[in-house]
Design a binder for this molecule. Structure first.
Ligand code: LRH
Ligand code: MN
Length: 430
């Protein structure tokens, strides 16, 4: 029988850390009470956060130079779901998995759905892939897909997206994300206006096939794999397209898809105000689309993004229902550990954003007191909410310290014994 992490493993590890966490939690509770904040309200917020993990993030990622697989790698969709279940068991904020097709095409959707459900998992947004050619593919995507000059290639790419919708329906998903790498490497290679017109025309065909109750997410990206022009290059173009498509189309923000130093939290505020925010692919980056662990490079930026999200949440902004997903490439860490740490960083930023005294902030903004306005945000960001995040996880059946409990269980070592490396099936960012 494949090894499975049990509640006993988690309880055993929690026992070791209980006294310290509870002491810190009491202390934090007292400090917050002095600020007029009820720590239990924040525990409930921490437990309410739901983040989807990317199926392609459960195996070791790589770069164009190399990929160095780790021990006990998941070798197929079922083993990826096993690992995703462990991430959920320990963090209690990642009950959904986002599949990438054809990297993780379910051989038997009903069986995969049951396998996932038995492990407390559901399926989040589907992801299509027309940025690489499949062995049996008739026409190449070398020069584009949904915006290719050849209508037959565009039709082939549309058909692939419709197949993703069909698979997603069988799995119980309710959203579909389209990211394409279409663009050019040299001036003159792509006609900017015609390419965008073909993009909209192709997306209209996908939008028209959306199942009842589904949402369509489109994901912009400044560059890569195209290095001169990208058809869906920025949030403005994305907003125009989703406005043309209709009420069930939204713009998804991948934090790594912007030029350095772009004010992403302001883009988030815009898309919220325009009622067109799909949600996020959370990760972090130093230079380009590095797909590093969320909160590992710019934790203040993730806090400022959640500050905009919580502001809208508290104002009960109509139609505000963002989908939170991680989209990372784990090249040098254990993928499960990175996903657990990243999910915890999102919960931290979300709870800290709920710590912002918004009445005080509004006063400082009214009085143009820039310093005190910033100080009001920084006070929340400086608050170490680790004890309440740990208690929130433990009360929900998870671990005070997910990575610690994961390592203590020997899960990866045991999987290494169970999963003799075989030729890797299923893709992922290489
Ligand atoms: C593109 C992207 C997109 C996924 C891919 C794996 O950079 O962010 O969301 O399809 O990564
Ligand atoms: Mn992404």
């Amino acid at each position: 029988m494949p090894f499975r992490l049990t509640a006993d493993h988690i309880a055993e590890h929690n026992r070791q850390g209980r006294d310290a966490v509870e002491e810190d939690f009491e202390h934090l509770g007292r400090a917050l009470r002095r600020r007029g904040v009820d720590v239990e309200r924040l525990v409930a917020r921490a437990q309410a956060l739901q983040v989807a993990v990317p199926s392609w993030g459960l195996g070791t990622g790589g770069t164009r130079f190399a990929r160095f697989p780790g021990p006990g790698e998941p070798r197929d969709l079922y083993e990826k779901l096993e690992d995703a279940a462990v991430v959920q068991q320990l963090t209690r904020v990642t009950p959904a998995v986002s599949l990438h097709i054809p990297w993780d095409t379910p051989d038997d959707p009903a069986a995969v759905k049951a396998f996932a459900a038995e492990r407390g998992l559901v399926f989040d947004a589907m992801n299509s892939n027309t940025f690489e050619d499949q062995p049996d593919q008739e026409r190449s995507y070398k020069f584009g897909s949904l915006t290719h000059v050849d209508e037959a290639v565009r039709r082939q790419a549309i058909a692939h997206n419709l197949e993703c919708l069909r698979l997603g329906q069988a799995l119980g998903a309710r959203a579909h994300t389209v990211w394409i790498g279409d663009g050019g490497n040299f001036p003159g290679q792509v006609h900017f206006r015609r390419a965008l017109a073909w993009y909209l025309e192709s997306l209209r065909a996908i939008y028209a096939a959306l199942p009842e109750g589904w949402r369509l997410f489109i994901e912009h990206k400044l560059y890569e794999p195209a290095f001169y022009s990208t058809v869906l290059n920025d949030w403005g173009t994305s907003y125009w397209v989703v406005s043309q498509l209709g009420p069930r189309a939204f713009s998804l923000v991948d934090l790594g898809h912007h030029a350095p130093n772009v004010n992403i939290e302001m883009i988030v505020a815009r898309l919220i105000q325009f009622g067109k925010l799909a949600g996020f692919h959370f990760n972090d980056s130093k230079y380009g689309d590095d797909d590093l662990d969320a909160g590992s490079i710019k934790p203040f930026q993730i806090f400022l993004v959640f500050n905009e999200l919580v502001d809208a949440e508290l104002e009960k902004t109509p139609g505000f229902d963002p989908a939170y997903m991680l989209d990372q490439s784990h090249n040098v860490t254990d993928p499960a550990e990175s996903l657990m740490a990243s999910a915890a960083e999102l919960a931290r930023a979300y709870v800290q954003a709920h710590l912002v005294d918004r009445a005080e902030l509004a006063e400082h903004q009214e009085r143009n007191d820039a310093l005190m306005a910033l100080e009001t945000l920084k006070r929340a960001f400086r608050t170490d909410v680790s004890p309440l995040l740990a208690v929130a996880r433990q009360r929900a059946g998870g671990a005070f310290d997910p990575v610690g409990a994961f390592r203590a269980s020997g899960y990866r070592r045991r999987k290494d014994a169970e999963r003799p490396a075989k030729r890797r099936t299923g893709g992922g960012i290489v």
